[in-house]
Write a protein that binds this ligand. Structure first.
Ligand code: SAM
Length: 658
């Protein structure tokens, strides 16, 4: 027989330890079990390759790394009892048997189970018991188990396996809707009824076929899933949430702690619960997980004032109060104010570079941005300020009514200001080294304002044509702004984004992308950050909302009509729970059942209940649009900041008070 012990040691060092697995029990066990004895005859020399190998019946012996990864993740300890579902060659069971007291292993293919049983016996692994059967039902006579390892991927976690864990027991299992691509999940049973779930990343396993897995042959959805109604399935998958004001609200979102960007949506711009839920999640991500950026769908120069307040920077003396333009209630409301007060308090104890900032992504306050660039240059470089004044002068006639600019340029032959604003932006960015040396945060602010003016000039020019271009320019500007902020806060910076569902849900899976060629921040974040982004939508069934009937109209408190019978909202409502989180990555069967597009409600700053279906509903595929969905069944309107809320007697002191 070949002596492959050196190849085995090298495999453990190079493929396992180097990839970060350092559990000594796992490494030692992997060094002891001769993998060459578990592969098909003729494949021995490949036994220590970094890949799975065929073992007959269309099945494979898993890649050595994945076996080590699962055993280390399950943290098997001496004295414990293990259930191994999907015996295959018996290799993983043999490795586990070198740590645990006893290993029970089940294989559905009789020839594989028999061969594995014989092999384990011959090699002297006498604490392993093999049987033929459907492992999705577990092994009730030998239960409970300290650890259950599943080496095949099912559409969801089989209930029987969860129930056969001891309290404190660990279940490691690949789960996914695709037959061959899944997420590796680790469930820990924390009490009789509770489990904690950890996502260990993407994996590719053969399908788990059985009563609580895929059905035989076709790889179809589990039979069980077809018998439940959609609201029943939603209520099974739903993780209940407390009131947003409860400290525990944010805890369910710890699963997103490792993302670079967590995008939090809203289904209207005037619903208190959406702001409070986002505040609770954001507080948790900032306090416990090192997020330092809150980037919101607000104009940059206005949000910059809030940023000065929350980061304890001085108020700008000549600044008019922020968020004076329609729709004022969006960022001047009691919920946003409470969040900014919290953020300021949180930041107080931190060194300035660790303070979390509040940034605006949107482009509408062109005149505010022009004023901010000029103010900055007046202080740092008066000669450059004079040139900037001249360049921005081109836009002066349109500053109060920028929406008329495009029309004037196109139809009345006015000079367009494109070159001037681009030249101004370029000049400022070229002076970065000189200017930023004085104050990096002030430079970022001025640079973003200059970029905003350049984007806004183009935005108002192309807006005149209608169509997707102006929307796409705005969302691309928002996405680029987010990237500039992330860059400015360093390579490990993590951001939370607050914007409407129409901006943060992936546009490719809604009418926006499919019919209108529109993209959005959510799509761009997915394309750039992949699994390091989380797109979380928020929705409601009914209640009240702060909105206007027309653009520039007064804010009214309106009743939100109960959700349409063909909408996702109605399905969530019929799940009959007040608040919950649906995490689509953990409930693949449900996600697949919900994929077929249906109606979804979008309320912005305008709400027209009389024409609700036409004005506010569009088709979308919810589980593709979002990674997760937060449901708040009945909601209420925001309270705009009025004199009665101002800490110094007048609302114009917001955000600074006195
Ligand atoms: N860990 C194994 C090894 O080291 O050789 C490899 C397992 S292989 C990737 C997955 C195995 O799970 C296959 O042999 C497959 O037949 C088996 N399997 C799939 N569904 C099963 C089920 N419901 N019960 C038991 N075994 C199942």
């Amino acid at each position: 027989m070949l002596d492959l012990s050196r190849a085995r040691d090298r495999m453990v060092d190079m493929q396992i330890a180097r990839r970060g697995i350092n559990d000594p029990h796992t490494l030692e066990a992997m060094r002891r079990v001769p993998r060459e004895a578990f592969v098909e005859a003729g494949f021995e020399e490949f036994a220590y390759e970094d890949s799975p190998l065929p073992i007959g019946e269309g099945q494979t012996i898993s890649q050595p790394y994945i076996v080590a990864h699962m055993i280390a993740a399950a943290a098997i300890k001496p004295g414990e009892t293990v259930l191994d579902v999907g015996t295959g060659s018996g290799y993983a069971a043999a490795v586990a048997s070198q740590i645990a007291d006893r290993v029970y292993t089940i294989e559905r293919h009789p020839p594989l189970a028999e061969a594995a049983g014989r092999r384990l016996h011959e090699l002297g692994y006498d604490n392993v018991e093999v049987r033929v059967g459907d492992g999705t039902k577990g092994w009730p006579e030998a239960a409970p188990f300290d650890v259950i390892l599943v080496a095949a991927g099912g559409p969801e976690v089989p209930r029987a396996l969860k129930e056969q864990l001891v309290t404190g027991g660990r279940l490691v299992i690949p789960v996914g809707l695709d037959e061959t691509s899944q997420r590796l999940l680790k469930l820990t049973r924390t009490s009789q009824s509770d489990y904690e779930t950890e996502d260990l990343g993407a994996v590719m396993f053969v399908p788990l076929i059985g009563e609580q897995g895929w059905s035989d042959g076709s790889g179809n959805l589990a039979v069980k899933a077809r018998e439940l109604t959609l609201p029943q399935m939603i209520s099974e998958a739903a993780e209940p949430l407390p009131d947003p004001d409860d400290d525990a609200f944010g805890e369910l979102f710890d699963r997103f702690a490792d993302r670079r960007v967590v995008l939090l949506g809203e289904a209207s711009h005037g619903t208190s619960e959406f702001y409070r839920a986002r505040a609770a999640i954001t507080q948790r991500l900032i306090e416990k997980h090192g997020f330092t950026i809150v980037a919101v769908e607000a104009d940059w120069p206005d949000a910059a004032e809030i940023d000065r307040y929350v980061r304890h920077r001085p108020k700008r003396y000549d600044q008019s109060p922020p968020f004076q333009r329609f729709p004022t209630w969006m960022w001047r409301n009691t919920d946003v104010e409470a969040f900014t007060i919290w953020l300021r308090e949180h930041n107080a104890a931190l060194a300035s570079e660790r303070r979390a900032g509040f940034y605006g992504l949107d482009i509408y306050n062109m005149s505010g941005s022009i004023a901010a660039v000029l103010h900055y240059l007046d202080e740092i470089d008066p000669a450059a300020a004079a040139i900037a004044r001249q360049r921005y002068g081109c836009l002066t006639p349109w500053q109060s009514e920028p929406s008329t600019y495009g029309r004037a340029v196109l139809s009345a032959g006015y000079r367009k200001c494109e070159e001037a604003v681009i030249a101004q932006c370029r000049d400022l960015l070229e002076r970065k080294l000189d200017y930023a040396a004085k104050d990096g945060a002030d430079f970022l602010n001025a640079a973003q304002n200059a970029r905003l003016v350049a984007s806004a000039e183009r935005y108002y020019r192309i807006m005149y044509y209608g169509g997707a271009d102006s929307w796409n320019l705005r969302d691309t500007h928002m996405f680029e702004t987010l990237n500039h902020i992330l860059e400015s806060r360093g390579p490990d910076a993590k951001a939370v984004v607050w914007a409407h569902n129409s901006h943060i849900g992936d546009a490719r899976h809604t009418d926006m992308g499919l019919i209108r060629d529109e993209l959005n921040i959510g799509q761009l974040c997915r394309q750039r950050f992949g699994e390091k982004s989380a797109l979380i939508g928020l929705g409601t069934h009914t209640g009240t909302v702060a909105a206007a009937s027309d653009w520039d109209g007064d804010m009214e408190i309106m009743r939100v009509r109960p959700s349409h019978r063909n909408s996702y909202e109605r399905l969530c409502h019929e799940a009959a729970m007040q608040r919950f989180l649906l995490d689509f990555s953990r409930h693949n069967v449900l996600a697949k059942r919900l994929i077929e597009p249906r109606l979804e409600r979008f309320i912005g700053v305008i709400y027209r209940p009389q024409t609700e279906l036409l004005s506010h509903y569009a088709e979308a595929s919810l589980p593709r649009q979002f990674d997760a969905f937060v449901w708040l069944d009945e909601t209420s309107a925001v309270t705009p900041l009025g004199p009665e809320h101002a800490r110094a007697g007048t609302p114009d002191t917001y955000p600074f008070g006195l």
